[in-house]
Design a binder for this molecule. Structure first.
Ligand code: COA
Ligand code: AMP
Length: 630
């Protein structure tokens, strides 16, 4: 069946479509119905089913006789370590670790925070939680203690599972001080922490709170899989919104299983046993869906790569991993390719490797610019598929369904909506716009299986953030258009979210941090274009009256403040002092105009601007930090 036929089949009978897809999952109690409409724009999928995610990702492959098949390939160019874990070994490790957690009192519904780098144990921890029906929340290692503390207070975990350190090419990131700092800052305290000690950093354990990863399993029995309701949260993943308070995206168990399993063949075109590699991090949604869950659920081998596209040791590291591990489908963010292209524009490193195993490259996480797509296509000689999705959806909204039918690629478009997604372009009043017109991208409710049903303990915020603007629709926060062939184009965010090196960040959150500086009276943070990272955050601060210190001192403190409170991942390095911020007469800061000035784009003088002369001051300030032609 081709794409159009599949999409039409879904449109005509969504319940039948998803119940059929659900047959690929091993249920404790099979669903009799797919969608449950609970009223007030609240929908549930497979609510009458019982199932366990870990069973489907691990045990069922062992039970089917595939225990010897490789589940995880760990490849760490940073440490030089490599290993392979079979499904049978993974089952033992996960059941053993879950047994340790259970002995400490972790049961179904308990929250567990996981703060770990790219090591196979991160997947073991996630799967062990799923085995017990505990709800994990993985926090990216590049976040600072404060961000971890915010998440601890929001999801009130009974336990935190951490490693002693993460490894960046230039440094060992000690997790223990971050963990201790976060627990100290948080009002909620976990009952216990489990620490995986790594060779590069042995962390001193806190007596009475911290347990060693291996020791705490001694004398406990391996845990069995606990069946949970289809709607039970599999995990919470925090993502950036318009403020400093991150949104806790809830992932429902059954829809997650059904949808992710569906994507592995239909989108990524792999069969069980094939090696699939997503070069991301378990701290992001791409890592949840495509490093941990989807490949394992589908019976694929997943690659856990602890390295960077460049510098570990060189710009050929991706090609080495693909050829050495026989990777069939490869998924990464465009910024990784821009980094490789910058280091090795002629693709010299690629010549050293046989990449005949690779069938396609998938890009997502940020806009894929045409130059990067074309360069990757020429270099690899395989189709390059851009696809668009979000933490909230957990899987592709629009993509090229290569396993169903590879559609012609139109560079600049992530192709077409997947079955399950009824995508429209709306004007400000919520009216559907015709092909070719730019507007807000919205998805008609209900969203498909696997997408967020709510935000963790913040249902009002869920409605306010996503459902209230366009009644009957989910507001994606992206703007774009659909062409006459039904291809979607993603142009920009409609909110204060920016995307730096494929990392989703909140400028509002950064402004809250800068505003906390004692010398800062007012501030604005905007995302300006960056040839490598897509966007970069730039801060403008106005000082409190009477402050008479060198500006360089204050801006350096601002930079440090963001690193300390949000984390190095914010990559916030550019900050400048200005006398005033450009505003409308009603006091709204003209951030979009500031971005245009920084990017050197022409713009229309906002009709409501209070004092146009301020824009020249902004231009001059930007020049001092290398923007606006400076
Ligand atoms: N733990 C601790 N620190 C981390 C971290 C982690 N897991 N990940 C990144 N950081 C730090 C980096 O060390 C860097 O610190 P520095 O300011 O001291 O140098 C800072 O955060 C910014 O990191 P990054 O944005 O990654 O920049 P970079 O210059 O180190 O690397 C790229 C640039 C393009 C190579 C890199 O961003 C990359 O590989 N991107 C791929 C994006 C990706 O996988 N996105 C996931 C969504 S698909
Ligand atoms: P995240 O939740 O971190 O996955 O970020 C989701 C956001 O990243 C989307 O709302 C888009 O703004 C952006 N994004 C993701 N994939 C793409 C893509 N293929 N093209 C353009 N923007 C994208």
């Amino acid at each position: 069946m081709g794409y159009r036929a599949a999409y039409t089949r879904w449109q005509n009978d969504p319940d039948a479509y998803w119940l059929e897809a659900a047959q690929a999952i091993d249920w404790d109690v099979a669903p009799t119905q797919a969608l449950f409409d609970r009223g007030n724009n609240s929908y549930e999928w497979f609510a009458d089913a019982q199932v366990n995610t870990c069973y489907n990702a691990v045990d069922r492959h062992v039970n089917a006789g595939n225990g010897a098949r490789t589940a995880i390939i760990y490849d760490s160019p940073i440490t030089g370590r490599k290993s392979k874990t079979s499904f049978a070994e993974l089952q033992q490790q996960v059941a053993g670790f879950a047994g340790g957690l259970a002995a400490q009192g972790i049961t179904k519904g308990d929250r567990v925070i996981i703060y770990m780098p790219m090591v196979p144990e991160a997947l073991v921890a996630m799967l062990a939680c799923a085995r017990l029906g505990a709800i994990h929340s993985v926090v990216f290692g590049g976040f600072a203690a404060h961000e971890l503390a915010v998440r601890i207070d929001d999801c009130t975990p009974k336990a935190i599972i951490a490693a002693s350190c993460g490894l960046e090419p230039n440094r060992v990131v000690k997790y223990k001080p971050l963990l201790d700092g976060a627990i100290e800052q948080a009002a909620h305290k976990p009952d216990f922490c489990v620490v995986l000690q790594r060779e590069e950093e042995v962390a001193p354990l806190t007596e009475g709170r911290d347990l060693d990863w291996f020791d705490f399993q001694h004398g406990t029995s391996p845990a069995d899989c606990v069946p949970v309701e289809g709607t039970h949260p599999a995990y919470i993943l925090y993502t950036s919104g318009t403020t400093g308070a991150p949104k806790g995206v809830v992932r429902p168990t059954a829809g997650h299983l059904v949808a992710l399993n569906w994507t592995m063949k239909n989108i990524y075109n792999v069969d069980p046993g094939d090696v699939f590699w997503a070069a991301s991090d378990v701290g992001w949604v791409v890592g949840h869906s495509y490093i941990c869950y989807a490949p394992l659920i589908h019976g694929n081998t997943t690659v856990v790569f602890e390295g960077k596209p460049v510098g570990t040791p060189d710009a050929g590291t991706f090609w080495r991993v693909i050829s050495e591990h026989n990777v069939r489908s490869f998924f990464t963010a465009p910024t990784a390719f821009r980094a490789i292209k910058r280091e090795d524009p002629n693709g010299e490193f690629r010549k050293d490797y046989d990449l005949s195993c690779l069938r396609a490259l998938y890009l997502a996480g940020e806009r894929a610019d045409p130059d990067t797509i074309e360069w990757a296509q020429d270099l690899l000689g395989v189709p390059v598929y851009d696809h668009w999705w979000q933490t909230e959806t957990g899987w592709t909204i629009a993509g090229n369904p290569a396993g169903l039918e590879a559609l012609p690629v139109k560079i600049g478009s992530p192709t077409v909506p997947m079955p399950g997604y009824d995508v429209h372009i709306l004007d400000e009043g919520g009216r559907i716009l015709p092909a070719g017109e730019l507007g807000a991208i919205a998805i008609k409710l209900p969203l498909p299986p696997g997408t967020l049903p709510t935000l963790w303990q913040a249902n009002d915020r869920f409605h306010k953030s996503y459902l209230n603007t366009f009644p009957g629709y989910y507001e994606t926060g992206d703007a774009g258009m659909i062409d006459t062939d039904g291809y979607l184009y993603i142009m920009a965010r409609t909110d204060d979210v920016i995307n730096v090196a494929g990392h989703r960040l909140s400028t509002g959150g950064m402004e809250e941090v800068l505003a906390g500086h004692p010398d800062v009276a007012e501030c604005a943070v905007v995302g300006v274009a960056d040839p490598l990272k897509g966007q970069n955050a730039v801060g403008f601060v106005c000082l409190t009256k009477g402050v008479d210190r060198p500006h360089s001192e204050i801006t350096a403190e601002c930079v440090q403040r963001i690193r300390d409170q949000i984390g190095p991942v914010a990559a916030f390095k550019k900050c400048v002092v200005v006398d005033r911020l450009p505003k409308t007469r009603s006091g709204k800061i003209l951030r979009a105009t500031m971005v245009k000035i920084a990017d050197g784009e022409t713009f229309k003088m906002p009709a409501t601007i209070d004092d146009p002369a301020i824009l020249d001051e902004i231009r001059d300030a930007l020049k001092t930090i290398g923007y606006a032609g400076g």
